[in-house]
Design a protein around this ligand. Structure first.
Ligand SMILES: NC(=O)c1ccc[n+]([C@@H]2O[C@H](COP(=O)([O-])OP(=O)(O)OC[C@H]3O[C@@H](n4cnc5c(N)ncnc54)[C@H](O)[C@@H]3O)[C@@H](O)[C@H]2O)c1
Length: 260
């Protein structure tokens, strides 16, 4: 599963999963272009000997600037990993339209913008088996979860945007595979946020007990670690997955496979 020399752009590289993805891709020899808000991921880029570009994934002009810089400095792209995301735990009827839209914009529209801005660079990859895009959805993009309607809607949209892009590129003979990953709870700041909210509301005793409660509900009996997801992303970017296209991969140790 070598990624030697592959030019791969990662968004949200400063977060829990983004850091692990960046580290694993770097270990496998990729030439990384890492991005996040302002300087949030700059230290990660430094550790991975990567080019760092500040990118707010909700801004189309920012994507254009990043694409132009990549073209100038790297010529083309072999991979794009859309990691950046935000969560909201709030009952549907208490969610304002502005909040709902923010969740769609960061989690879902960003993927549309990213694919659009980089498609030409990916098409020019020059790799024998073509380039690859990996989009971050969630198990909450596969089914509903009380209190997470806006997030579920956004991640569900990422799932189908992935499939639509995959078949559209393939039907036009454009060699860009597009697949999505659907993690279960992974121990990162994003996953801790709703638990911290419940602790503040007095509904859960502590962060630790909240994490334990989630873990005990999972077949593997533990919460995932960012590295559990990063290896799957590396696989989807590699030639080992060259005939996978439009596929959704739950990374949840069988949670979504269980009979309800
Ligand atoms: N942690 C989980 O349990 C879990 C489960 C399923 C899916 N996911 C998804 O995995 C991805 C990574 O999540 P994480 O757990 O590492 O979260 P995280 O909060 O640790 O990291 C998210 C990163 O996205 C960046 N980001 C936020 N808004 C941005 C914007 N507008 N432009 C650019 N960057 C922006 C943040 O700065 C941060 O570095 C997200 O898409 C998330 O929805 C996470």
């Amino acid at each position: 599963m070598s990624l030697t020399g592959r030019r791969i752009l990662v968004t949200g590289c400063g977060g829990g999963i983004g850091q692990a993805v960046s580290r694993v891709l770097h270990e496998r020899g990729a030439q990384l272009i890492l991005s996040d808000l302002e300087l949030h991921g700059a230290a990660v880029a430094n550790a991975c000997k990567a080019r760092y570009l500040s990118l707010d994934v909700t801004q189309e002009h920012a994507w254009r600037t990043v694409a132009a810089t990549v073209r100038e400095e790297f010529g083309a792209l072999d991979g794009l990993v859309n990691v950046a995301g935000v969560i909201l735990m709030q009952p549907l009827i208490e969610t304002t339209l502005a909040e709902y839209r923010r969740i769609q914009t960061v989690n879902h529209e960003s993927v549309f913008l990213g694919i659009k801005a980089t498609a030409a660079l990916l098409e020019e990859s020059g790799l024998e088996h073509g380039a690859a895009i990996v989009n971050f959805s969630s198990i909450y993009g596969l089914g509903g979860q009380p209190g997470f309607s806006a997030y579920c809607a956004a991640k569900g949209a990422v799932r189908l945007l992935t499939k639509a892009a995959a078949v559209e590129f393939a039907s036009k003979g454009q060699r860009i595979r597009v697949n999505s990953v659907h993690p279960g709870p992974i121990d990162t700041p994003l996953a801790r946020l709703p638990i911290e909210q419940l602790v503040r509301q007095g509904k859960v005793a502590s962060l630790e007990s909240g994490l334990n409660r989630i873990a005990s509900g999972y077949p593997g009996g533990r919460i995932g670690q960012p590295e559990d997801v990063a290896g799957v992303v590396a696989f989807l970017l590699s030639d080992d997955s060259r005939f996978l296209n439009g596929v959704e991969i739950p990374v949840d140790y069988g949670f979504t496979a269980r009979a309800q």
